[in-house]
Write a protein of this length. Sequence first.
Length: 489
Amino acid sequence: MIPVLLGTYGMDDVRSGSRASGDTILYVDGSGGSTYTNIQDAVDDAGPHTTIIVNSGNYDRFSISGKGDLTIRGNSSSPDDVIVAAGLSSSPAAGLSSSSNITLSFMQIVGGLGTVSVNLNRCNNITLLNLKLSSLGSSMNIWDSEDVSMFFLSAYNPIGIYGSRRVAGGFVLISSDKEQAKGLSISSSSDVSMDFLTINMTGSESVVLYGTNSDNVTLLRLSGYYENLFAELHGGSARVLGFDPPSSDLAIYSGSLFTVENERIVLVRDETNTTVIEGVDLKLSSDGEVRYSTEHFGGSDPVSDQTGRFLEMPPLIAKAYRGANTSSPVRNDITLWYGGGDVERELFLKGIDANVTQYIYVLLPDFEAPDPPQNATIDVLSEDSVRISFDGSNSSDAAGYRIYGNDTGDWRLLLNTTSAGSYTMEGLVGGTEYWFRLVSFDDSGIESEGIILNATTLPPHKGDNSRACLLRWRAAGRRERFGLQYQHS
């Protein structure tokens, strides 16, 4: 039994097939109350931007070929009120070929003997909404088509997807009691996704997903029951989210990749765990392969949003079956970088557990500098000393203060202290201008903006019985040698 995973899926997330302003509207009523009594006649007369509204009743099959911008919908909130049946025909109950921008909604479509309910061939931008499909064969086949969406669709018997791209479904039910039924049969296709998929496969030799040389097939938020195999892959790749089928329920052949994945949303906050951080860059790699990368890391995926989350981050891979029914563990690593503060911060999360679904809470180390010291002053005390006084920083995380001096062209540390107050700088040269930079620093070592102080020491006094003297002058141009004359009297 597959566990049910709950979620929400709103009608705003699907194309409802409602007509746009300026559409032509054609009405079909099998009892004769409208211009048309069958759907096919209305389809034949329909031009672009046409909506066909079908009243409750039973109707013969119809086909759409070479049409564009056409909507056919039952005039009821229940698909049971409008029934389209192929009867004894060998053709599909609803056949679409070489058409685009077609919507079918709120109908029950019943295939004939040995035929499918709905058949799409070389179509694009097709929406199937609130349909019930049933047939003795397959419920629906999609051939060589692109951008097909199906929502709130129930299918009795399998769905086949062949040579198609970008096929998406939400709230889809597939049921079959055929012994060898393949619930989803996908061949030579790519980018197929089924969300909120319910399956009921009771055949003793049935399989939920049968894939042949198809890539990026995704099944997520599953519920229901299957009797035999969950997946059989002959080349290509498929993944399942939030469900871990036993290896005995898999048949993964050479050249195939089947992964079990779990969504883990990353939420970034500051070091106090109170403020969310927007604009954080992220890179996600699985076994060294980069699967998500924002601009800082050379990609184009979105940074954290105003809630501090990465909502579009791909799931983490828990297991990988690479051409075999035995899985191998996968290492998932995340790197985060933030450059929106006073200093850059980079954080590494290695070997993340992908077998759980809880949020990953990341606290960025402090990236904001403290306020500088207050009321800083400098006083000349003598020819060889000055006094620097200051009050503490207004920042609660200020951990100490530093004084740097610059008399050679480079700043060098003179004092490192944890307390504000007055400090004397000694051993200076008389009559010399000195520059000092005063900063505060926090518990992360980040320094505040520096306060620059300067003062000139008092000139040296005339010495008595001095054994040394200081001579100082400004060089005149690029002189390489200087001479000194000494006269003793």
